[in-house]
Design a protein around this ligand. Sequence first.
Ligand code: FES
Ligand code: FES
Length: 170
Amino acid sequence: MTATPQPQPSNARITLTVNGEESEVLFASYKTLLEVLREDMNLPGTKHGCELGECGACAVLLDGQPVLSCLVLGVECDGRQVETVEGLMEGNELHPLQEAFADLGGAQCGYCTPGILVTAKHLLEEVGTPSREQIREVLAGNLCRCTGYLQIFESVEEAVVRCGERKADS
Ligand code: FES
Ligand code: FES
């Protein structure tokens, strides 16, 4: 008896720029941007969480705007710019957000941290000096089971101060 051939998932090929580097990537066309980054581009910093758009662990910047990469299909990203936590460093230096989160306990198990960092980076770029309320509001979709959020808010505020110091020094 011969086996019935199973349908194979079709592949997609797109060109996208991730953290400033343009790449062509081939992947199964059903995959989300989250899966393409982690499984096809070797960028595991962006985390798998709920995969339902509810936890924020998978947040990245797409054309400069925060998105939940578990809700975006890879095929929608042809020709677009993606920024992940791997692209946060400034040259050889940690981004002030990364430093502040490490120093103030804003990251504990760290699972939620990549999504929070990229979301907060966008806030700092947009607002400069956000209020506690603005920080709370922007990060409302990023769930953390460890910190109780206070250290996260304080870390973002500390990063604002450090960004200002870096600008003054440059
Ligand atoms: S994994 Fe995307 S929102 Fe939870
Ligand atoms: S630091 Fe553990 S989930 Fe946020």
